[in-house]
Design a protein around this ligand. Structure first.
Ligand code: NAP
Length: 314
């Protein structure tokens, strides 16, 4: 078993990492570093430096804190000779992750930038369908209620927290996985609450280099009573019909008929795949860092035409 330390014990660690680590039986959690949280029967430290200086054996570290606070922790873990798993997005900037790639290579450890949505059950099936199709246009729609999914998370509204791109980058990670095109942001309209630093909504045009556009909408505003408008989906008009991937990549349809749905998939399917891949990378002494989803977000900010909207109050 690979001895794993977890840094930043919060929502996603409890919801997904811990059950997935338990189910896959490839890693043993030997320590945590978190300012306010600890796991039963696991030595807990307040910060990564004291954890790495402690007595426990640590082969690998999963960095699960918000992206703005990940870089220094990643450097410390790499310098200590640990393999590193980065929650999505892999960092607050592109160049800090580029530096981590070099730093991990120089130290001979594995660096893994995770994109959990790419492991959703129907993504591979959709990719295969699209590889045999000519696409003429596409849409990506990622709408969720920020109050429901991100209660009390101040960091998502602060610089580097990505705002609506925090969930939206999951859609972009799937889009860039199922298409073989290069993807270029050609238009970006961002709506940002006047009391926040990150957008609450984004409307993008993405040009796929084989010559079609992806009309992309992300929104965190779901009025009370309109919960059924939440959706995490994309669709592609093709010469084979309309191919759609809905429910965050769980179900694939052609012309509104389900063609792939893994009803037996565990609710931890995405993170179980992540931990299997991390173990494989460590075993084979490889790294896996795809920056395309983060580049798309960065380009959306670079081209962003920003409209200030009403203040957001929880
Ligand atoms: P979270 O619960 O708000 O934060 C995780 C933990 O990070 C916190 O409990 C906190 O632990 C630590 N932390 C918070 N602010 C910090 C700071 N300023 N410095 C150092 N540590 C800090 O967030 P989360 O929802 O788990 O998300 C964490 C990451 O996972 C994000 O990158 C997010 O995009 C990704 N993710 C989240 C979800 C989801 O559904 N929530 C899904 C997939 C991926 P201590 O206070 O104990 O230090």
């Amino acid at each position: 078993m690979i001895k794993l330390a977890i840094v930043g014990v919060g929502k996603i660690v409890r919801d997904q990492h811990l059950p997935s680590i338990h189910n896959t039986q490839l890693f043993e959690v030997t320590a945590t570093a978190s300012r306010n949280a600890q796991l039963d029967d696991v030595p807990g430290y307040a910060d990564i430096e004291s954890m790495l200086a402690g007595q426990e054996t640590i082969d690998a570290v999963a960095l699960c804190m918000p992206p703005q606070y990940r870089f220094e922790a990643a450097c410390a873990a790499i310098d200590h000779g640990c393999h590193v798993l980065l929650e999505k997005p892999p960092g607050a900037t592109l160049n800090e992750v580029n530096h981590l790639i070099k730093r991990a290579a120089a130290k001979g450890v594995s660096l893994y930038a995770t994109w959990h949505s790419r492991h959703a059950p129907a993504v591979a099936h959709c990719k295969q369908l699209l590889s045999k199709s000519n696409i003429t246009s596409a849409e990506l729609t990622w709408i969720e209620d920020v109050r429901k999914w991100h209660p009390g998370q101040a960091w998502i509204w602060q610089a580097g927290g990505l705002g609506v791109f925090d969930p939206g980058i999951n859609g972009l990670s799937i889009l860039s996985e199922v298409l073989s095109d290069d993807l270029l942001i050609t238009e970006s309209k961002l709506e940002t609450p006047s009391n926040k630093q990150t957008p609450i909504a984004a409307h993008l045009n993405i040009l796929a280099t084989s010559g079609f556009n992806v009309d992309t909408k992300m929104d965190w505003r779901v009025p009370a009573g309109a919960e059924n408008t939440e959706c995490w989906q994309m669709s592609f008009e093709t010469d084979q019909g309309k191919v759609a991937l809905v429910e965050g990549g769980s179900v694939c349809l052609i012309n509104d008929q389900i063609v792939f749905q893994d009803k037996d998939a565990s609710r931890y399917v995405e993170y179980e795949a992540i931990y299997r891949e991390f173990a494989d990378l460590i075993k084979t002494n490889k790294s896996s860092v795809d920056l395309v989803p983060l580049q798309l977000v960065a380009d959306s900010f670079m081209l962003g035409n920003v409209t200030l909207t009403e203040p957001f109050e929880v």
